[in-house]
Design a protein around this ligand. Structure first.
Ligand SMILES: Nc1ncnc2c1ncn2[C@@H]1O[C@H](COP(=O)(O)OP(=O)(O)O)[C@@H](O)[C@H]1O
Ligand SMILES: [Mg+2]
Length: 227
């Protein structure tokens, strides 16, 4: 029996550090939601695992970094994947920058980070991959050198992802990220603007997506006012 170390417990899954062929790996285990009918629960879980697996495959094919899937087991509801041992979440990275750098240095580092995030998002959307849950906890920052002066971004947590060519779906993806940034990084209100500007620069035909995004945002505002 191999020992597994619990890393996080989310709303739908537990993430462990385990072993696969003697190498450390991530094991993401989805658990049963008791309030769901068992058949529906099995179906939803299978759908999430499948979505995660296929989005990762698409990302890797598109040159976007994501954890390689090592094994999928629908019965135990587990997915085994590559573990980025030195990586931290983008959320932690932003907090680290803000707390440890001078204002000017922090601005530069945040602006570099946002430019990179915009590039990654334009790549997935150009390849019709909709992430479905874009937050700074679902983007990993993997250092290429010890002190994070150089790093690469890795996308994770694709359970809600889908393949879609629709500008509306891409616009919603961006809106989900905007909302997440505003609530998680309320002291850094410019992050999204900076990501979006890089996204637009990088992506061909981004106009349709941007106008749908603005429409989704307007609908969101209206809904908030009505309550
Ligand atoms: N491949 C990985 N390498 C390193 N850390 C990971 C990896 N996958 C997940 N994590 C860590 O576990 C957390 C939860 O994983 P995630 O797939 O986002 O599950 P959840 O659906 O619970 O949010 C991430 O925010 C990250 O800190
Ligand atoms: Mg997550």
């Amino acid at each position: 029996m191999e020992t597994e170390e619990l890393l996080t417990q989310g709303a739908e899954a537990r993430v462990y550090i385990g072993k696969f062929n003697d190498e450390k790996c991530i094991i993401k285990e989805r658990f049963t939601k008791k309030y769901r009918h068992p058949d529906l629960d099995t179906q939803i879980t299978k759908q999430r695992i499948k979505a995660e697996n296929s989005a990762i495959t698409r990302c890797l094919a598109a040159g976007v970094l994501a954890p390689k899937v090592l094994q999928v087991n629908y019965n135990s509801k587990k997915i085994y994947m590559q573990y980025f041992e030195k990586a931290i979440t983008c959320k932690e990275f932003i907090k680290k920058i803000v707390s440890s750098e001078s204002t000017a240095e922090a601005e530069t580092k945040l602006s570099d980070l946002c430019a990179s995030v915009g590039i990654v998002l334009s790549k997935i959307h150009s390849n019709n991959i909709i992430h479905g849950d874009l937050t700074t906890s679902n983007i990993l920052v993997n250092p290429k050198v010890e002190d994070f002066c150089d790093y690469e971004l890795i996308l994770i947590d694709f359970g809600l992802s889908q393949y879609s060519t629709s500008p509306e779906d891409k616009g919603v993806d961006l809106y989900v990220l905007e909302r997440a940034l505003l609530s998680t990084h309320s002291q850094q209100p410019k992050l999204f603007e900076s990501i979006l500007s890089s996204y637009q620069k990088q992506m061909q035909d981004s106009q349709a997506v941007i106008s749908r995004f603005q429409e989704v945002r307007r609908r969101g505002r209206k809904r908030n006012m009505v309550g």
